[in-house]
Ligand binder design. Structure first.
Ligand SMILES: Nc1ncnc2c1ncn2[C@@H]1O[C@H](COP(=O)(O)OP(=O)(O)O)[C@@H](O)[C@H]1O
Ligand SMILES: O=C(O)[C@H]1O[C@H](OP(=O)(O)O)[C@H](O)[C@@H](O)[C@@H]1O
Ligand SMILES: [Mg+2]
Length: 381
């Protein structure tokens, strides 16, 4: 938090980091499990400044409204869709306010301006969307001084509700990873989800991770669009989707043990199985040729590879070590993909956040009323 003169003029800034779904995704959308981590390589940053009117400021490039020509406008819409981060900031404010009202949490009446920036490659399954919402949520917690009143476990669901509000199909793993930071094992079992509105989340020591690499391309893919058909089949009771999601969820459980035992050969096998299951469920057309090629380039050099999210970026692990990393880097360069070593972020919870975790039901606050699975499925870009 940046102190700027008097306390009424405090400027608040928060970062939320890109996340990698290491194992188990996308079963998080379906009462499954996940192992995910946040990475320093990319982040979204939201800035809140007190102001007389309440302003949501569009980003000069991510919310582009000025074009060099009609074809520029059309190309932009075709590649990146109609929306940028403004709608995420607005939805986050709405969900935050509704929750506080519902819980009787008093919010003062001062106004603010919200602006954001992000270097998370757009719509690449690195959770650029929830990073914006998550950073905005943190700013609101501090502006209204209510961090202590909103349990850390509940925050991911509230942040998810902001995207649900916009009709984006998404799951909890992104938001859990971003709210907690570091390496997190998540279990979204139905009993816990239905009873509490959140799963069981365990932070793991980030030093358990082997060196990982990120591969990505200029290839935005819409997470909501990718998910819609599979989600509908799951809701319709499709046996293949239901059993495959259970298999994916089990990979995260096995992966947690593999990490704790530093059994990296096992980890590599699980990562590959994770992608193979996704491919069978979603089909090549929904995943996209470029995305599949990123995984295959990595596999051709013997690396394990899978999507970090719904598509656009891949997490790769080279079990044979640094020489294999060099071969992977060359192969990716030849294919026109960018490769970077993953820099893991440690936990981002502060003392107050941790206190909300240990003080169980201390204020009788309830979980959000909005049901994760009861919201409309739309396909809004
Ligand atoms: N880098 C970005 N800048 C601005 N808005 C973004 C960005 N990435 C995502 N969004 C917003 O989030 C929505 C959903 O993005 P999504 O497909 O979930 O991407 P991601 O995989 O990065 O989370 C987009 O339609 C857009 O409104
Ligand atoms: O399909 C996935 O693995 C994830 O897709 C979404 O994340 P995104 O970064 O937008 O691709 C979704 O929000 C996650 O819950 C899924 O696990
Ligand atoms: Mg997203």
């Amino acid at each position: 938090m940046e102190q700027n003169g008097s306390s009424s003029a405090v400027v608040i800034e928060h970062k939320a980091y890109a996340r990698i779904g290491l194992l188990g995704n996308p079963s998080d959308v379906y009462y499954g499990r996940a192992v995910s981590l946040t990475v320093e390589n990319f982040w979204a940053c939201v800035r809140l400044e007190p102001s007389s009117d309440l302003l949501i400021l569009p980003h000069p490039t991510h919310d582009l409204v000025q074009f060099t020509s009609l074809s520029h406008l059309v190309k932009r819409l075709e590649n990146e869709g109609y929306y940028g981060g403004v709608r995420l900031l607005m939805a986050t404010c709405k969900v935050f306010t509704s929750y506080c009202k519902e819980q009787g949490i008093h919010l003062h009446s001062k106004n603010f301006s919200l602006s954001y920036d992000t270097n998370i490659p757009r719509q690449t399954g690195l959770s650029g969307s929830s990073a914006i919402a998550c950073a905005a949520f943190s700013c609101l917690l501090d502006f209204y001084n209510v961090r202590e009143k909103i349990d850390v476990k509940i925050r991911p669901q509230l942040i998810l509700n902001a995207e649900k509000e916009l009709g984006i199909v998404a799951g909890l793993q992104d938001r859990v990873a971003q709210v907690y930071g570091g390496l997190v094992y998540m279990d979204f079992n139905k009993t816990s989800m239905n009873k509490n509105g959140y799963g069981n989340y365990t932070q793991l020591d980030t030093s358990l991770l082997p060196p990982l690499h990120l591969i990505y391309a200029e290839n935005p893919s819409d997470s909501g669009k990718v998910h819609s058909a599979v989600r509908q089949r799951w809701l319709d009771g499709d046996k293949f989707i239901i059993s495959s999601m259970e298999e994916v969820a089990n990979l995260a459980l096995e992966g947690k043990t593999a990490l704790l035992e530093k059994d990296y050969a096992k980890l590599a096998t699980l990562m590959n199985q994770n992608f193979d299951l996704r491919r069978r469920m979603f089909g090549d057309a929904a995943l996209g040729a470029v995305n599949i090629e990123m995984v295959e380039v990595a596999r051709r050099v013997g690396a394990a590879a899978k999507f970090t999210g719904s598509g656009g970026a891949v997490v790769a692990f080279c079990p044979d070590g640094p020489l294999q990393v060099e071969v992977l880097t060359d192969a990716c360069k030849k294919a026109g993909f960018t490769v970077v070593p993953v820099k893991v972020v440690a936990s981002v919870l502060n003392e107050i956040d941790v206190r909300t975790l240990v003080m169980k039901n201390w204020s009788g606050l309830q979980t959000p009323k909005t049901n994760l699975f009861a919201l409309p499925v739309e396909n809004v870009r």
